[in-house]
Design a protein around this ligand. Structure first.
Ligand code: FMN
Length: 323
């Protein structure tokens, strides 16, 4: 297995590793860090079409990018074809992302209660309307992210419909919405979608290291893989997987040094892009210190600090030798 090129619409990347959209995680600083570690395409967290149209400041902020953060995709969440179109046109002219993605997979109650995310998977007509409305109005390629349905045939039917409506790529998380994050991602179901479509299909779910990346690519035959949770506090996972796919060898690394350095780089990127005050650094600290020797002490100290500024100072002055 080697690292393959990926082409979505006009966007071509030398590799096929994608960072998954993750709420409160994939801000610009985190995306840049994953990219420096080898992610080929990154996605913003989901942005509500309604909130964007209401010029909600926080939502406008989520779409921000930088010249180094390319190619990137902005993910929208919504259920009205018209509002999604308006929001997407705004995004296209204001942020000029290479891709605009539609969230059709989020199983969170607060999202499905309002008929968005994975709730859309129950209505083929609406899915078709949304995607064709977007592909008809935008110059930017539209990608879609789904979960699998109860029956394989239903998933395939939906996938065909998404392709017919003009989507340029489809990401499949191999879990059903009702599973949330339990069980495992069904590679067989993802493979069936890949075999059914002509547009690129991206496999997602449980890819966390060299082996799972290789298995997902080999087994499904997918055009790319998308990594979510394994990158949280651990953007280095992209470097490991990339190296393995390119050389067949595993990268030697010192987790202790690596993770603390990545955390420091993350903090520097947050400062550089003025994101420190809008990021929940306590939450991110938890991920960046996960599994580290001495993580209990660092976390204990962090819990006693009053704000992100204090956490920043602590991490900047933390040397790995102390732990
Ligand atoms: C904290 C968190 C936030 C997420 N937010 C989003 C989101 O905004 N949009 C989306 O499509 N999926 C979201 N997801 C789902 C991921 O993109 C991905 O599909 C899922 O985590 C499975 O991939 P993984 O096993 O590599 O984590 C989120 C997942 C997590 C853990």
């Amino acid at each position: 297995m080697t690292l393959n090129k990926l082409k979505i619409g006009k966007t071509e990347t030398p590799g096929n590793l994608l960072l998954a959209p993750m709420a409160d995680v994939t801000n610009l600083a985190f995306r840049l860090l994953c990219r420096q570690n080898g992610a080929d395409i990154t996605y913003t967290e989901m942005i509500s079409a309604d909130a964007l149209l209401n010029e909600n400041r926080k939502s406008l902020f989520k779409g921000l990018s930088s010249p180094q953060d390319r190619p990137f995709g902005i993910q929208l969440v919504g259920n009205s074809p018209e509002k999604l179109r308006e929001a997407a046109l705004f995004i296209e002219s204001e942020y000029r992302p290479e891709l605009i993605d539609v969230n059709m997979g989020c199983p969170a109650q607060r999202i499905i209660r309002i008929g968005c995310g994975s709730a859309l998977l129950n209505s083929k007509t609406l899915v078709y309307e949304i995607i064709s409305e977007l592909t008809g109005a935008l110059k930017t390629p539209v990608t879609v992210k789904i979960r699998i349905l109860e029956k394989n045939e239903k998933t395939l039917e939906l996938a065909r419909l998404i392709e017919k409506a003009g989507a340029s790529a489809l990401t499949v998380h191999g879990r059903k919405a009702k599973q949330m994050y339990s069980g495992t991602s069904d590679l067989m179901a993802i493979r069936a979608v890949k075999r059914e479509l002509s547009i690129p299909v991206i496999a997602n779910g449980d890819i966390r290291d060299e082996e799972s990346a290789e298995t997902a690519l080999d087994f499904t035959g997918c055009d790319g893989i998308m990594i979510g949770r394994a990158a949280m506090g651990n953007p280095f996972v992209f470097k490991r997987i990339r190296h393995y796919l390119e050389t067949g060898e595993k990268l030697e690394f010192n987790r202790q040094t690596r993770q603390l350095e990545d955390f420091k780089s993350y903090i520097a990127l947050l400062e550089e892009h003025n994101l420190s005050s809008s990021t929940n650094l306590r939450m991110h600290s938890h991920w960046f210190t996960k599994g580290l020797r001495g993580s209990r002490q660092i976390r204990g100290k962090i819990n006693n600090l009053k704000d992100g500024e204090a956490i920043t100072e602590l991490i900047k002055n933390t040397s790995q030798e102390k732990y």
